[in-house]
Design a protein around this ligand. Sequence first.
Ligand SMILES: *Cc1c(COP(=O)(O)O)cnc(C)c1O
Length: 437
Amino acid sequence: MILNNQALLERSRRSVWHPCTQMKQHETMPLVPIRSGDGVWLEDFDGKRYLDGVSSWWVNLFGHNNPRIKDAIRQQLDRLEHVILAGFTHAPVVELSEKLSALTGLGHSFYASDGASATEIALKMSFQYWRNSGKPGKTQFISLQNGYHGETLGSLSVTDVALFKDTYASLLRASTQMPSPDWRQAEAGETAEQYALRCASAAETHIANHHTEIAAFILEPLIQCATGMAMYHPAYLERIRDICTRYDIHLVADEIAVGFGRTGTMFAVEQAGVRPDFICLSKGITGGYLPLSVVQTTDEIYAAFYDDSVARGFLHSHSYTGNALACSAALATLAIFEQDNVLAVNRTKAAYINQRLQAINELPVRHLRNTGMIWAFDVQTENPGFQKNFYREALQRGLLLRPSGSTVYFMPPYVINEDEMDWMVTQTLEILHKETA
Ligand SMILES: *Cc1c(COP(=O)(O)O)cnc(C)c1O
């Protein structure tokens, strides 16, 4: 039995290989042992609490220990925990597919358990669609500079983050990156929209020259989360949709991080009024309860696989495809969106944080930005240890934030209340005063 912080830390360091971590750093930077969670709060074995300002790596929407999601999982647990989805089906996976289709307008859902698998599935499906459709030369993928689509070999091939990618370069398939429409890169006097359209034109030039070899353009709509919450104008998506349609290229919307209300609309592509050919969803889909991802696509793409020939089908699978418990958590999550008018309530919360964050302009920060329930700003600091110091200082105060370089961001669970928002912003301002003094 684990009874205290220290015992758990030691055992974890000895037995667990933690993700995205140089494990040696934990010689000086202790792990944080968590015993329980409730709402936006996590609690350790000594009763110290941490406000989960990153929604446990962007997955939690309606708080830890959410009674409605727990209840749905419990009820499903008494009926059926899991069944093979090849040759079999069950109610939660059917209901979830129908509900998601009603929201996205994409008629068919293919399931996996994590985001990287979802982006790989979309890429494989796109490639095979063209092959099944008599265009086997369309084998290339394009993505955005600073894009992130996961870290398995296929998804890492279209990811553009040197720290994650360079080590494995010789294992990866080449792909081409289009300029990022991140508005921080706009020239003086250029609006976010003008810059977005300039980037779309640059992409069009590449596509016009190479479209016969390109299967799909994969991108994160509106916010490139993993590379410092780069935000861009929806006009980019509208223009790229049009270009992809004209040149017969699939548009893959990777909404793994931004889907389910993060950008203020249920899905980010809605803000550009476009429908992608594929959408990849995960993270918030189960409210942060269980691993689940889905790739949805159009009836037309689905039809290109529907044939007497087995080999023309999509012969891809994962053991836990369409897991019934995970689907029941996803259904409970969607029910909360319907019952609690979540998107409207979030708009009020976002306005509150924006108003409270105004005080940050007295500090050396740039590019304060907000889309939906994500905030970010770039701290002007010469200190190479800023990221670590900020993280450590915040934890000490009971606030979990993970700056990305000198970019600090908030991505709280939607259930955060006014007192908690006040506290999160106040603590952040105090840390910044200290760290930038
Ligand atoms: C997190 C993320 C992924 C990968 O999801 P995992 O579940 O971590 O494999 C892919 N794309 C985007 C945009 C993400 O934010």
